[in-house]
Write a protein that binds this ligand. Structure first.
Ligand SMILES: CC(C)(COP(=O)(O)OP(=O)(O)OC[C@H]1O[C@@H](n2cnc3c(N)ncnc32)[C@H](O)[C@@H]1OP(=O)(O)O)[C@@H](O)C(=O)NCCC(=O)NCCS
Length: 259
């Protein structure tokens, strides 16, 4: 026979039920740092930037951007840019935005400043604006040298796979010679986005064992933040010298794993 709990007053003597403290872990966020993602989205929403490989048709735009971003003694010449884009455009990347000449906002003065090519679409008035680029070559040297920064004087008439200056197709080091963002768009994360995306592509495609570059001391921390290690003072005399060698070595521990 079942017990009469009410008659026994068992229920009244029991402690009242309380909601137990919830010890289960908080649901995992889809993104590790949602505020950073939100910040980046806001910073770049007006630009909607996108990346493309560069080729010789981009030489004029790269020349314009290079001279807008670098001091005159550091900027590569138009011919050097064209040499690099024609010889190894697959190592070079641009970051672009697009706009109509009638637009307002941060791109409006730029889109009117010069003749940009049309975006590849039905709207020929919509222009493709280069706002950042990376231009690189390959070298057999593990660090950037003055020879790797130069180019053969006869490059237009005599193609060489492994010349003593300029791009060496058999080199194992990708030398980053020029990374810049148009001054109107600095401090919005574009340089970092460009550099990290490009480095990842070079690394994962297996086209080199490392990336090397030279930079001014003030940018060492920025490159370190983006995966490079400081090697020490560079011997390069380009642009008056006083450069620092930086390297991202894909073979060093933990930096190259098969996925
Ligand atoms: C260098 C350059 C490409 C950076 O582009 P950018 O789009 O302005 O850079 P990002 O916005 O991605 O990075 C800026 C961030 O790095 C930080 N930063 C800048 N210098 C730094 C340093 N030395 N150490 C650590 N962080 C640094 C900034 O504080 C900023 O941080 P925040 O985003 O939290 O505010 C750009 O300044 C440029 O084109 N300069 C002229 C050409 C040049 O000198 N190129 C380098 C050749 S070696």
């Amino acid at each position: 026979m079942p017990r009469d709990l009410l008659a026994e007053k068992t229920l009244q003597s029991m402690p009242t039920l309380e909601k137990a403290e919830d010890l289960s872990p908080a649901p995992m966020s889809l993104f590790r740092k949602p505020t950073l993602l939100e910040d980046r989205f806001k910073k770049l929403a007006d630009l909607r930037p996108y990346s493309l490989l560069l080729n010789r048709d981009d030489a004029d735009d790269c020349d314009w951007l290079e001279h807008a971003a670098f001091d005159a003694n550091e900027a590569a010449s138009r011919e050097k840019i064209e040499y690099r884009l024609r010889t190894c455009g697959e190592l070079c990347t641009g970051i672009f935005t697009s706009a109509y000449a009638t637009c307002s906002g941060s791109v409006s003065s730029l889109v009117k400043a010069r003749k940009f090519p049309s975006v590849d679409s039905m709207a020929s008035d919509r222009k493709r604006i280069l706002i950042g680029h990376i231009i690189a070559t390959k070298s057999k040297s593990p660090i950037v040298t003055d020879d790797s920064m130069a180019f053969p004087s006869d490059w237009r008439t005599k193609y060489q796979l492994g010349p003593s200056t300029g791009h060496d197709e058999e080199g194992e080091t990708v030398c980053l010679h020029s990374l810049c963002v148009h001054p109107d768009f600095h401090q919005r994360g574009l340089g970092g986005v460009l550099l990290r995306g490009w480095s990842q592509r070079i690394r994962d495609s297996g086209m080199a064992k490392r990336i090397a570059l030279i930079c001014r001391e003030r940018l060492v921390g920025w490159y370190e933040k983006n995966g490079f290690k400081k090697v020490g003072p560079s011997k390069c005399q380009y642009g008056g010298g006083d450069w620092v060698d930086m390297v991202m070595d894909f073979e060093s521990a933990g930096e190259y794993e098969d996925c």
